[in-house]
Design a protein around this ligand. Structure first.
Ligand code: CP
Length: 357
């Protein structure tokens, strides 16, 4: 589709938030050529880090997610006969419920564990042994654990795929997938062939502590040409802000990275503002950058969108909810379709859905 047509679709969609929840996925669907090979390669893979994805696999995954989102009723049996083990040993609203919603919407069945003390873990059973048991009972595992090592500890014993749904301060790869999916749905021109469109991304958060930010930065590094600038806003020194390798990965990819402790300076130039204040550390969460918050009086660009991946705190005022800047609700909604796409690939059902139009 040529750029003018894409823009017309996006404009139309922006005028119909009542119907489409701020964006119509068809514009993204049209911007990406189908290539099923990349999706097939995800069969039975464990997903523990955003580093596992390459650019083309991501685009194909987003295409499939957009296909689900554009035609939600056509895929209600794609995962029939499959069982998801949903194990969340830490509080979650968005991730657990969107994974479970995704699986239900595709016709699968679910076993959900929301408290590790109801499993053999409370009696000293190892994660590897629990994993061995999971092989017998389900077809895919989604795990959230405060312990960063848990996903890898379990992986060795699993013959069914496991997805890291957030492991301490380490990673939250599927949240990052949902974040990038939202950005590309908002502006599919970014990945249109021959496009020179770029956006200025502002992330208010702490990459060394926040798993959502850590995973998102890894995906940003795969699409350097989409970002004119990436600004990280927090009140830490650079050495506290980044773990070893984080900044280097972005710079090596050619991303133009800035840091700032002054939100007011940065906001007027930002196209996408991603804000989050929570990091899970140990068995609880800490808040960072409490002095940074945005509301409807903040100096946002007229067309800027705001994303927020986690439970809302004082950093994001409700006064933004009924403004066109609010893409955080669309972000949470889109995560269901993104997870539908990923789950379908992992449990080898992707060929069933590629032929459905
Ligand atoms: N995105 C995310 O991790 O949110 P929850 O903690 O609500 O799952």
């Amino acid at each position: 589709m040529v750029k003018a047509e894409l823009e017309a679709v996006v404009k139309f969609e922006r005028e119909r938030p009542d119907v489409y929840g701020n964006a119509h996925p068809k514009s993204l669907l049209r911007a990406i050529q189908e290539d099923g090979d990349h999706l097939g390669k995800m069969s039975n893979k464990h997903i523990y880090s955003a580093d596992q994805f390459d650019r083309e696999s991501l685009l194909q995954l987003f295409r499939l997610a957009a296909k689900y989102e554009a035609n939600p009723d056509r895929f209600s049996t794609s995962l029939q006969g499959q069982i998801l083990i949903s194990a969340f040993y830490e509080p979650s609203t968005r991730t657990r419920l969107s994974f479970e919603s995704a699986w239900h919407r595709l016709g699968g069945d679910i076993m959900s564990i929301t408290d590790r003390s109801t499993t053999g873990l409370a009696k000293g059973e190892s994660l590897a042994d629990v994993g061995e048991m999971f092989n017998n009972y389900g077809d895919c595992v989604v795990l959230r654990d405060t312990n960063a090592n848990s996903v890898r500890d379990m992986m060795g014993a699993l013959r069914i795929p496991i997805i890291n749904a957030g492991n301490g301060t380490d990673e939250h790869p599927t949240q990052a997938l949902a974040d990038l999916y939202t950005i590309l749905k908002w502006k599919p021109e970014l990945i249109a062939e021959g496009s020179e469109e770029k956006i200025n991304l502002c992330i208010i958060g702490l990459p060394s502590k926040m798993r959502t930010v850590r995973s998102l930065l890894k995906l940003v590094a795969l699409f350097p040409e989409c970002f004119s600038q990436l600004t990280i806003v927090n009140d830490k020194s650079r050495s506290e802000m980044f773990d070893s390798g984080q900044l280097e990965q972005l710079q090596d990819a050619g991303v133009n990275v800035h840091t700032s402790d002054c939100l007011e300076d940065v906001l007027p130039d930002a196209d996408v503002v991603y804000i989050n204040a929570i990091a899970w550390e140990g068995n609880s969460f800490n808040q960072y950058g409490n002095q940074f918050h945005i509301d409807s009086t903040s100096p946002l660009k007229k067309d800027a969108i705001v994303l927020h991946p986690l439970a809302r705190g004082a950093e994001l005022c409700k006064s933004l909810d009924n403004t066109p800047h609010n893409w955080y609700f669309a972000q949470a909604r889109g995560a269901v379709f993104l997870r539908q796409a990923l789950l379908t690939c992992l449990v080898r059902r992707v060929e069933r859905v590629l032929d459905i139009v």
